[in-house]
Design a protein around this ligand. Sequence first.
Ligand code: AVI
Length: 328
Amino acid sequence: MHSLSSIPALPEAAQTPVGSEVYVGLTSRPKTLSPWLFYDVEGSRLFEDITDLPEYYLTRTERGIFSRHADEIIAAADDGGARPLTMIEFGAGTAAKTSLLLEAVARRQGKVDFLAIDVSESPLTVAKERIEREIPSVTVTPRVADYTTGVADLPANGKRRMVLYIGSSIGNFEPAHALNLLRDVRGRISLGDQLLLGADRVKERSVLLRAYDDEAGVTAAFNKNVLVRINRELGGTFNPRLFKHRARWNHEHSRIEMHLESLIAQQVKIDALELDLRFARGETIHTENSYKFTRKAVESMLEHSGFALSRCWTDDREWFGVYLATAV
Ligand code: AVI
């Protein structure tokens, strides 16, 4: 996250998290915006809609892997029954898929503690209410925190921690940042603790492109919502209709890129940031990278962050990977 708090000459709004991100991103060449800006209330709702789209196979496929293999995954994380597991999830949201794993832990050891970490409070409240009603042996502790900037302590209480980082959220970080994130997790847990990582696989280009440019235009609305957010929160004058949603496969970097392309030469003001921006026709704002990983790439990332891959599960088409790793 960019921080401009030490530059006093800039407008006050440029020193808030959203303001500084927008200021730095839109005054850079090429123009960029960070993907975390997508997730205001409307953006989070649109992302939920994306996960139900026929083209967006990621959520469905990972859920399928958990439905089929949850007991096996939890058994593989066991240290011979010496210590029960305590579950921790980064970016838990409403923790919908997580229930499948929590049920498997509950079947194995009875009582389960689940620390659910997310930047927003409301999905955590929903998660706690639902999980404790559906699986009474699970106790959910919600924690509002930004795991990308460090999450303080991860309590063990004499148990073996299992950190869940699922949904291929790791793919929205640049490789160096992703590695730092995993290293930070490793630094907060102990030898023998477990990490369960969900990461989307490299696959045929057309499948990937469809997943990020769906027929119904939900991903386009999700992408353009960042402009609506800037208009509302920072007094921007973006006309979202004058930008086109673009999804591209970048083979060299093994990532899907999302851009917003200016359909005409235009000027846009952002009052709170005292910015007057010019866009050439065809110029883009790069809004997201979604990295796709081979098994080898994940293995190497884990090795470089203090983990050893124990086992990996995938679906019949090998479209998504779930990786169990041990802290070494
Ligand atoms: C949250 N994240 C894993 C999604 C992805 O697939 O990279 C965000 C997303 N962007 C467009 N569609 C979904």
